[in-house]
Ligand binder design. Structure first.
Ligand SMILES: CC(C)(COP(=O)(O)OP(=O)(O)OC[C@H]1O[C@@H](n2cnc3c(N)ncnc32)[C@H](O)[C@@H]1O)[C@@H](O)C(=O)NCCC(=O)NCCS
Ligand SMILES: Nc1ncnc2c1ncn2[C@@H]1O[C@H](COP(=O)(O)OP(=O)(O)OP(=O)(O)O)[C@@H](O)[C@H]1O
Length: 197
């Protein structure tokens, strides 16, 4: 089995491209969705997060806005949260691999792959990318987003140029959907033919 890591900065089209891999028959592990489940109502991490960050959970599980306000500007607090979250995500990833042991190719969709050193064990890393003005327009069009919030999130992420430089493959999302889909299909057949790394 080959494992592709899929990553990219905010608004670059990672979720859209992940769906295109699924359409092409490639199982996708969505790290963000795994975190949401673990933190959601009845989620396995709610108790541990309440113990470490009192007042940040309730009947709906973790209140991410509250938890985010406590940890996103505080490196030590974020590290404590990651120590709770990351091992649980790793376990879900192992379960995903076991569930798809016969698949020739799978994708790990990992938003902070480079930032958090998630490249170990991957056969290749695919970065989704679009011109900065396209990224900005997409993100600012989202409800509740402001220019200030966008800048703050960008500052937490590795610059797109650096991600591109480290990528094994780049998928361009600054083009019509059909063109991006064709790039995904080509990458999949390349890896299935064994010509990919
Ligand atoms: C802090 C939390 C509660 C904030 O949730 P919320 O829904 O409000 O925001 P969201 O998840 O969209 O994150 C907003 C931005 O914060 C940054 N961010 C989030 N987690 C991290 C992190 N561990 N390190 C650095 N930046 C981070 C990202 O750049 C992201 O774009 C949530 O992100 C969380 O539980 N993070 C810890 C788990 C984690 O490491 N997840 C990321 C990889 S699996
Ligand atoms: N060729 C393309 N490929 C991918 N997305 C495109 C393309 N053209 C336009 N878009 C649009 O750009 C947006 C990208 O959003 P998407 O949620 O996929 O990004 P993301 O990188 O997962 O975002 P985030 O990291 O902020 O969650 C979507 O609205 C999508 O329709």
């Amino acid at each position: 089995m080959k494992i592709l890591g899929l990553t990219g900065s905010i608004g670059m089209g990672k979720s859209t491209v992940a769906a295109m891999f699924e359409e092409a028959g490639v199982p996708v592990f969505d790290a963000d969705a795994a975190v949401h489940r673990l933190q959601g109502p009845g989620g396995a991490l709610v108790g541990a997060i309440e113990a470490a960050f009192p007042g940040t959970t309730g009947p709906e599980g973790v209140d991410r806005a509250r938890l985010g306000a406590q940890v996103l500007g505080d490196a030590a607090a974020l590290a404590r949260l990651e120590a709770i979250v990351h091992p649980a995500v790793a376990e879900m990833r192992q379960r995903f691999l076991a569930d798809h042991e016969d698949a020739p190719l799978v994708v790990f969709d990992i938003p902070l792959l480079f930032e958090k050193g998630g490249a170990a064990g991957l056969d290749a890393v695919v970065v989704v990318s679009a011109p900065p003005e396209v990224q900005r327009a997409r993100v600012l069009a989202r409800p509740g987003m402001t220019a200030e919030k966008f800048e703050r999130i960008l500052a937490l992420q590795m610059p797109d140029a650096e991600k591109r430089a480290r990528a094994d493959s780049i998928i361009d999302t600054g083009v019509p959907h059909e063109d991006t889909r064709a790039q995904v299909r080509q990458l999949v057949s390349c890896f299935l033919d064994g010509k990919g790394r």
